[in-house]
Design a protein around this ligand. Structure first.
Ligand SMILES: Cc1cc2nc3c(=O)[nH]c(=O)nc-3n(C[C@H](O)[C@H](O)[C@H](O)COP(=O)(O)O)c2cc1C
Length: 180
């Protein structure tokens, strides 16, 4: 299985003003900074295009994804370059997610889940629609906070379910495309 390590790499590569500016300037007229930013973006796009599985580790921060993951998304979901282009068709996505609270169906915080909903929406723009989420929820109950004691078992069960989902994904058979 080939997989992408881009979420690690992007932690060292913040999204830059030059990356956006370069989208609107012909290559011959770009500054060295814009050329470098475009090259970096193309490297991330090529890495994702070559992957058959994209594994994302995504804790919930402020009801959504961490800003480092958002920076990577802004590099690879690009109007006029990757959106609607079919570059990533067939790539499977697995999201290993952890959350301090719980956001499942029927919970009071369900409407605040801008993590899974956002990832499905934005990755769908570039054809990444085969997405499996493994949420380990209520992690805050493990910090010893007395008011969360009633949720310790929920937290353990949620983690076990997320681990089972990850294991099932790791062993899920993949359709191998026929040679052209
Ligand atoms: C900056 C920050 C913001 C966070 N925001 C949320 C949040 O909005 N909702 C939530 O459920 N947990 C939130 N958390 C908790 C993390 O999701 C949780 O610590 C993370 O999933 C790691 O869990 P762990 O204890 O298993 O390492 C936040 C944590 C940090 C550091």
């Amino acid at each position: 299985m080939r997989s992408s390590g881009t979420t690690q790499a992007i932690n060292k590569i913040p999204y830059q003003e030059a990356t956006v500016a370069a989208m609107f300037i012909p290559p011959a007229a770009q500054t060295p900074e814009q050329v470098a930013a475009t090259a970096q973006q193309e490297e991330l796009i090529a890495e994702l295009a070559a992957a058959d599985t994209l594994l994302i580790g995504a804790p919930m921060y402020n009801f959504t994804i961490p800003s480092s993951l958002k920076a990577w998304i802004d590099h690879v979901v690009v109007f006029g370059r990757t959106i609607g282009q079919g570059l990533f068709d067939g790539t499977r996505v697995v999201v290993a997610s952890s959350r301090g609270g719980a956001y499942g169906p029927g919970t009071p915080r369900e409407p605040f889940d801008y993590q899974e909903r956002y990832l499905r929406a934005v990755l769908g723009l570039v054809g990444l629609t085969d997405i499996t989420f493994a949420h380990a929820e209520m992690r805050a109950a493990n910090d010893g906070e007395p008011s969360l004691a009633p949720f310790v078992q929920f937290s353990a069960d949620s983690l076990a379910a997320a681990q089972a989902t990850m294991l099932a994904e790791a062993t899920r058979p993949r359709a191998i495309p026929a040679p052209q």
